[in-house]
Design a protein around this ligand. Structure first.
Ligand SMILES: NC(=O)c1ccc[n+]([C@@H]2O[C@H](COP(=O)([O-])OP(=O)(O)OC[C@H]3O[C@@H](n4cnc5c(N)ncnc54)[C@H](O)[C@@H]3O)[C@@H](O)[C@H]2O)c1
Length: 289
């Protein structure tokens, strides 16, 4: 797809970070936008920004992507208002850390619910409209963590490997159906967003959420991470440019940090093919260039 003006884009996780960057770029292309996020207040503020940037129209809908009913409603409202969809960005995501034997079931369900089921619901509810009109492009946000496996990122790594596999499978299905619907899988390394504060959206009981020790621990993590991300990570605008180039050129794998990603991916493939053992030691293996 090369011509974006007046076409319809749906972006999940649009209130912050990469989703916001994608929504701004779509707005500056003169698209009609449906923006979705679990955080309603920032989402409404983003809607105003997008109009100022040149969006043809904006519909902001509070949505929890992990919930089937919310995603059904998002698709229904999109079709009701615009009658169609051309670009789907399944982008909302959360993450955290910890050794897998120490993580509880709720944590696994939260991360897989948003990062994997959110993408599944997006595919389930929107793809048929693109197939019927024989035009569209779907971008699923995975991660470099979908192509390599780093210790202490268990649920995140599982969800992102699944999104890469899902995207590759979807690509083949749409090609076999001659649907003229493109697919890309976005595999970023470090991007300057608020992903390190993803716990803000974790469904927790009030007693746990308001526990002073937990609040202090989160604050310390977020202060450290915020300094690291703002100094070392890629700008969301640069990621959005890469994504729109990929849509225009029908590129499937989008590696935001291609040089370092290639080294890590080749290393993993050699470990698989040569009978080696996984050598990644943690998120410090994620590339910076
Ligand atoms: N920032 C990075 O370094 C990086 C690297 C690789 C992949 N990613 C991926 O990029 C995507 C976007 O994350 P980001 O880095 O922009 O983080 P971010 O926290 O800045 O933005 C994520 C957005 O998703 C929203 N969200 C969270 N849970 C939701 C839910 N249940 N339903 C709807 N919206 C929800 C948040 O409110 C937020 O607006 C994620 O899928 C993430 O895994 C990020």
């Amino acid at each position: 797809m090369k011509d974006f003006k007046n076409k319809v884009a749906v972006v999940t996780g649009a209130a912050s970070g990469i989703g916001l960057g994608l929504a701004k770029r779509a707005a500056s292309e003169g698209m009609k936008l449906v923006i979705a996020d679990i955080e309603d207040k920032p989402l409404q503020a983003v809607a105003e920004q997008l109009t100022a940037l040149g969006a043809a129209d904006v519909l902001a809908i509070k949505t929890d992507v992990s919930k089937a009913d919310d995603m059904d409603a998002l698709a229904e409202k999109t079709i009701e208002k615009y009658g169609t969809i051309h670009l789907l960005f399944n982008n909302a995501g959360v993450g955290g850390g910890g050794c897998m034997w120490e993580l509880d079931t709720d944590y696994w369900e939260w991360v897989l619910g948003v990062n994997l089921w959110g993408v599944i619901h997006g595919i389930r509810t929107f793809t048929k409209y693109m197939v019927a009109q024989k035009e569209g492009h779907i971008v699923n946000t995975a991660s470099i963590a979908g192509l390599i496996s780093a210790p202490t990122t268990g649920p995140y790594t599982v969800s992102k490997h699944a999104v890469v596999g899902l995207s590759e499978t979807l690509y083949g299905e749409l090609r076999n159906a001659e649907a003229n619907v493109g697919v890309s899988v976005l595999c970023p390394a470090y991007v300057d967003t608020k992903i390190y504060a993803a716990e803000r959206n974790r469904p927790l009981e009030d007693a746990v959420k308001n526990d002073p020790a937990r609040i202090a621990e989160q604050k310390a993590i977020e202060e450290m991470a915020s300094e690291f991300f703002s100094s070392a990570a890629m700008a969301t605008e640069a990621v959005a440019d890469q994504v729109f180039d990929a849509i225009s050129n029908d590129t499937f794998y989008i590696l935001t940090h291609p040089k370092g990603s290639k080294i890590q991916i080749e290393k993993r493939m050699h470990e698989i093919l040569d009978g080696g053992q996984p050598s990644s030691t943690g998120p410090e293996d994620f590339p910076f260039e």
